[in-house]
Ligand binder design. Structure first.
Ligand code: FCB
Length: 451
């Protein structure tokens, strides 16, 4: 069992979480800048105003990635840096930054993978109704066109959007993400449809402007896996995995079926038929443009077993079950990286990348000046074993991006969570490669043979 010879090993990040420089060179606010200004929204009262100062220090971070042997880096582009009002005038200085970054990565032999939208939505567009506005798919496609006209000669790997479950579900239902406004189900379904249309239109734009582009997208999944080896439990887990669920819209099938199968899941109509938006005659065709890969962010999963009545249930976790240090208590469940890819590949039959996986640990600088994070190494080793097993069992897995490169602004948790393989001292902006970073270099060097 081995990873493919051309397996892509890398690390991921997102613009608002690392860049800082929010008022520099013509960038205008995103919904996240404005959300952070509101009392009580961010656990430590912080914002991404400085973050890991990647806007100024990207070269240092590219050097670190090179030192660690990264083959690829997944980063996102801040839409309000490039088109500050979201629609209309282009900010050359913003474009210049990504130009420099892409050049620097290419020079270091690190293949750039870009997410066009990772949540920092231009505030001016939000004021025009954001994803509820019928023009929102066009705004997104126009912005994508600007980007690829400038970078498409060097940038060949694209993800349209990151985790729509969060920027719709967490933003408009749970309200713990920007802009944090509770909306009824019919509006969130309308936004869902516009997001999917925007995705499709961006794919069309990319295909016409960069014919050799590899295009995918990066939704998240909390992967359900069978509680035992029995065929009944496996079927139960599959059922749970693709179920539409409640109105939280945390659903794999809702966000993937339209794109890969060209139709919304039937269960969605059963549950929310009366709340569905109008679907134009060409819409599903636009949404289901052929993709080259499915990126999946997978951090954890839950065991599922058959309930003996054709349905499924979630057995209680054993007392003492391990969780990561993250305040949300994500369970350490490596099976997610076996069953997640497997179920997805069976249903959608498209090459997969793990576009995010990792954990937050209570990392501190030790007396020896280093950051020892054995928990991260153990976690990643367990998860990567499972991913390798999935590859060995025939799932077409092309790459793995660890979340994240340096510690960064963790949305509602501010700087209280550290997911990086590189420690960031936010007072001095000093970087320290954690033990896991050195370990990962060997994983990459041996293409996972040393796991
Ligand atoms: C994912 C997000 C990413 C990061 C990780 C921990 O949901 O895509 O930006 O915050 O979680």
């Amino acid at each position: 069992m081995a990873f493919r010879d051309d397996f892509v090993w890398g690390g991921a990040s997102a613009s608002y979480q690392v860049e800082g420089a929010v008022n520099e060179d013509g960038r205008l606010p995103s919904v996240w800048d404005m959300f952070c200004k509101q009392e009580g929204k961010i656990l430590d009262g912080s914002s991404g105003a400085v973050a890991a100062d990647f806007y100024h220090r990207y070269q240092e971070d590219v050097d670190i990635m090179k030192e660690l042997g990264y083959k690829a880096h997944r980063f996102s582009i801040a839409w309000p840096r490039v088109i500050p009002t979201g629609d209309g005038a282009v900010n050359e200085k913003g474009l210049d930054f990504y130009d420099r970054l892409v050049d620097s990565l290419c020079k270091a032999g690190i293949t750039p993978y870009t997410t066009l939208f990772h949540w920092d939505y231009p505030y001016d567009l939000f004021r025009k109704g954001g994803w509820m506005n019928p023009d929102s798919p066009k705004w997104f496609a126009d912005y994508a066109a600007v980007m690829v006209k400038r970078l498409g000669d060097r940038l060949k790997n694209y993800m349209t959007i990151n985790e729509p479950t969060c920027f719709i579900g967490a933003s408009y239902i749970k309200t713990n993400h920007a802009p944090g406004i509770r909306l009824p189900i019919w509006d969130t379904l309308l936004m869902t449809h516009n997001v999917l249309l925007g995705h499709g239109r961006v794919v069309q734009t990319l295909r016409s402007l960069v014919p050799d582009a590899k295009i995918g997208y990066a939704p998240a999944v909390g992967a359900y896996y069978p509680a035992s080896d029995s065929p009944e439990d496996r079927e139960a887990a599959r059922q749970a995995f693709f179920s539409v669920g409640d109105e939280g819209l945390w659903s794999v099938s809702l966000w993937n079926d339209p794109i890969f199968l060209g139709t919304y899941p039937e269960e969605l109509y059963r549950r929310h038929g009366q709340h569905m938006p109008h679907i134009g005659s060409d819409d599903m065709k636009i949404i289901s443009q052929k993709l080259d890969f499915l990126g999946q962010n997978i951090y954890f999963g839950d065991a599922v077993r058959a309930d003996g009545k054709g349905g499924y249930e979630f057995p209680r976790r054993n007392i003492g079950y391990p969780f990561t240090a993250f305040a949300e208590k994500w369970p350490i469940s490596p099976e997610a990286l076996y069953w997640g890819p497997r179920f997805l590949y069976e249903r959608y039959k498209v090459p997969l990348y793990i576009t995010e996986n990792g954990l937050s640990c209570a990392d501190t600088v030790s007396l020896d000046g280093k950051v020892h994070d054995p928990g991260r190494i153990d976690f990643l080793q367990r998860y990567l074993h499972c991913l390798r097993k999935a590859a060995g069992d025939g799932v077409d897995i092309r790459g793995y991006f660890h979340w994240c490169v340096t510690d960064s602004f963790e949305w509602g948790y501010g700087y209280t969570e550290r997911f990086g393989m590189v420690y960031c001292d936010y007072q001095t902006q000093q970087r320290i490669i954690k033990d896991s970073g050195h370990w990962y270099r060997e994983v990459i060097r041996s293409n996972g043979a040393n796991l």
